[in-house]
Write a protein that binds this ligand. Sequence first.
Ligand SMILES: [Ca+2]
Ligand SMILES: [Ca+2]
Length: 183
Amino acid sequence: MHVLLKFIHIKTDMRIGFNLHMDIFTSCGKLLIVCLVAVVVLPAQCTSSACPLGFDSSGLGCYKLVKSSKQWYSAEVECARHGGNLAVITSDLDQRAVRKYLDQQSNGMRFAVWIGLTDVMGEGNWMWSNGQQLGRYNNWYPGEPNNYHGKQDCVYMAMQYDYQWLDLDCEAYRFSLCEATSY
Ligand SMILES: [Ca+2]
Ligand SMILES: [Ca+2]
């Protein structure tokens, strides 16, 4: 439903943009220069991101990287403060969108980010921060999750491990990858 709504939204934007261009085009008359500027500039506005302020569009998601190290719970609170959650990744499409976004943000730096997956409610019962159970899709690093020393209940993604997932002590410090719903 979310994907469908977004698709309809994009289609609507495109249609409005097209109609607007046609109206401008037919009524421009002698103002050819103004008309051309409108036709060139407006498409950028019509196809602009439908993400909340501070979030960037990648794939079908809206993401925000918080580049300050926090414990998992504080990271989740920080994301909520911005109107989102720690990122939820339920498909290869999501994973690729996140990867693309982090690559854009990296400036050659490699870092690790908390994502919204935890088994703090019950060992091995992995749940996303939006309340969804971990489904079929996962991208665990080989040998993970291993609940090392019996106290790894939160999940991070590391660029140095090819963006795969590892469970870790929730009190460790990582950057935060937040996600918000597009509209
Ligand atoms: Ca665990
Ligand atoms: Ca681990």
